[in-house]
Design a protein. Structure first.
Ligand SMILES: O=C(O)[C@@H](O)C(=O)CO
Ligand SMILES: [Mg+2]
Length: 268
């Protein structure tokens, strides 16, 4: 069975953030996710979840200075103390929101380096990433949470350290923590690698969360080059039990664009 979560950072932007929970529930979503909760108190978010009967399924750890262009801390050499604080803060919210999954964004490689310096930077980021993820997975395990890593396409996020599925699997295997899993975003995978159904089949044992969007515009799943009915049918046949996050930018009004989700319980 496909369980859809509304990504409230992208969907229902017709409403103020705390009103998006009601809009999502009204449209038939039973779960919600978003990028970052931190400008709101956990109490206000908890109330929005309770009042609307929806489950918090995912959010991201603090990513560093997002407004200044930072995209996560997990692989950044020299920022380990900040990363540890981010883990503690993220897990504090996860406890209050009863959220099973948190995503640790990897961060960006340095710009403008020559090939040799770039290779050295990559090595340093990799070592930092493994050490930080070991720490974070340990803390998440104590709190009963799953930690996720997500390959992101480098067209949307140039320089992002984690961009391919095989790189993510190598990291998961190197860290070797049961509660460290893959956030498999089919939009990013289609842009970088394609072959979505074979990727799903191969990666299933590692997957802790799935996200979808149309490609290439990141609009509704029924707009663009990916035939999502076939992909979601395969995902259900594989007996995937997790959530599918709807992480797309609606082409127009969110509710008007939900027709693609009728077969999965949504009400346009
Ligand atoms: O795919 C994405 O963009 C998100 O899932 C995310 O966490 C980082 O922006
Ligand atoms: Mg995503």
């Amino acid at each position: 069975m496909i369980r859809l979560a509304a990504n409230l950072s992208m969907l229902f932007q017709e409403h103020a953030f705390l009103d998006r929970f009601a809009a999502a529930a009204d449209a038939g979503f039973t779960g919600v996710e978003y990028l970052f909760p931190y400008v709101h108190s956990p109490e206000a978010l908890r109330t929005a979840l309770n009042e609307n009967g929806v489950e918090q399924v995912l959010f991201n750890l603090p990513p560093g200075d997002w407004a200044a262009g930072e995209r996560g801390l997990a692989s950044l050499p020299g920022r380990e103390a900040e990363f540890r604080d981010a883990v503690i803060e993220g897990l504090r919210y996860a406890a209050q929101l009863d959220c099973s999954r948190v995503h640790a964004m990897a961060g960006l490689l340095p710009e403008d380096a020559d090939a040799r310096t770039q290779a050295e930077a990559r090595e340093a980021h990799h070592a930092t990433y493994l050490a930080n993820l070991r720490f974070a997975a340990g803390e998440a395990a104590k709190a009963g949470r799953t930690l996720l890593i997500e390959p992101i396409n480098t067209r949307d996020m140039p320089g992002y350290f984690l961009s391919r599925q095989d790189q993510a699997v190598a990291v998961l295997e190197a860290v070797g923590a049961n509660n460290l899993r893959l956030q498999f975003d089919l939009y990013h995978c289609q842009i970088m690698e394609g072959d979505l159904i074979r990727h799903l089949e191969r990666l299933l044992p590692h997957i802790g969360h799935v996200q979808i969007a149309g490609v290439p515009e990141r609009h509704e799943p029924d707009i663009g080059e990916v035939h999502y009915p076939a992909v979601l049918e395969r995902l259900a046949a594989l007996d995937y039990r997790g959530w599918v996050g709807c992480e797309y930018r609606p082409a127009a009004d969110t509710r008007d664009g939900l027709g693609w989700g009728r077969d999965y319980g949504l009400q346009p």
